[in-house]
Design a protein around this ligand. Structure first.
Ligand code: PMV
Length: 327
């Protein structure tokens, strides 16, 4: 099954209904991570995952018809020979008839490629913008499947709030998509601790695959997710912040353990990351209810409640604080 087969199953036509399609998609941070694929072509995951979307932090995208393919990121033209441009053009090739070219203008307010899920909101916003350009009128579930073909975690960026990505069992992945949870948690806060926003040395795609192929600890990962998922779901539904924080932090640490044991080893944690972790653990020992999660990069995302906002800000002056339920 190819990506193109899936697009054909979902998309009704390639006839642009207007000159420009626009959309916004929020970025999302996984509390239970997606780590490892059962199908690399379709980005089908080994396990389900669960995320929180970051409200107005994400990507605005405009897709317009053009004489040649061009890409702009935050106002700058992206070199067509860069890996980023090639990946985008390959994705766009799935969604056009002969002779059609696009100008893609992405405005993102999350640091690109720093493990802050910029590809998630990028691909989700492109799929939504194409849905607008072609006036397909697809539902969020179909858009989620299409966004997954660009980047796995993008399938969780079609909604605000908590989103569960069902791993699915089908070979064509038509049962592997995001679903928004009904629970709201207005007191929940996410703090972005930007430790290093340089481009990372190894992307999540390659890191994930190397881990699946070579890490002796990877076989424990599906068990870890099966253990954590019901506990997190329960913590969300009864708003037990301590359990949510413990599960999210432990899930991230377990994911990084699978990477450390890959060959060659993958370590996104820098001395600064480790210092921030130790500070979080120290603050917790002193009674502050703050936890973290970490993705494929050195930055941390703090998890805390509104009541501790001032204390957290005092300890982490430059954290960017997000209220996921502000919309
Ligand atoms: O979809 P990708 O290739 O950006 O992978 C995302 C991987 C993690 O951010 C580490 C985990 C996740 O679930 O978002």
């Amino acid at each position: 099954v190819s990506k193109y087969d899936i697009v054909k199953l979902i998309v009704p036509n390639f006839k642009p209904a207007k000159d420009v399609g626009t959309a916004f998609a929020p970025t999302n941070i996984a509390l239970i991570k997606y780590w490892g694929k059962r199908n690399q072509e379709l980005n089908l995951p080994m396990t389900s995952s669960l995320s929180i979307s970051l409200a107005d932090h994400g990507a605005h995208t405009a897709v317009s018809l053009s004489d040649a393919d061009t890409i702009q990121l935050n106002g700058d033209v992206v070199d067509a020979s860069s890996a980023f441009a090639k990946r985008l053009i390959q994705f766009l090739n799935l969604f056009r008839g002969p002779g059609v070219c696009f100008n893609i203008a992405i405005q993102s307010n999350v640091p690109i490629a720093a493990g802050l899920a910029s590809s998630a909101c990028g691909f989700a916003s492109i799929v939504k913008a194409l849905n607008d350009l072609y006036q397909w009128d697809l539902n969020a579930k179909s858009l989620s499947i299409l966004a997954r073909l660009g980047s796995g975690s993008a399938c969780r960026s079609l909604w605000d709030g908590f989103v569960l990505w069902h791993a699915g069992v089908l070979d064509n992945g038509m049962d592997s998509y995001g679903e928004v949870l009904e629970e709201q948690w207005p007191d929940l806060r996410v703090g972005l601790l930007l430790i290093d926003t340089q481009e990372k040395s190894i992307g999540s795609r390659a890191a994930m695959q190397r881990t699946v192929d070579t890490s002796i600890l990877y076989r424990a990962w599906p068990q870890k997710v099966s253990h954590d998922m019901p506990l997190l779901r329960q913590a969300i539904s009864c708003k037990n912040f301590q359990i949510m924080g413990e599960i999210a932090e432990s899930n991230a640490l377990a994911m990084h353990a699978t990477m450390l044991s890959a060959s060659p080893s993958i370590c996104y944690t820098t001395p600064e990351t480790l210092m921030a972790m130790q500070k979080i653990w120290r603050l917790r020992a002193q009674g502050l209810s703050v936890y973290y999660t970490q993705d494929a990069g050195p930055n941390l995302k703090l998890l805390f409640l509104q009541k501790d906002h001032d204390t957290v800000i005092a300890e982490f002056n430059d954290a960017v604080i997000i209220n996921p339920f502000s919309g």
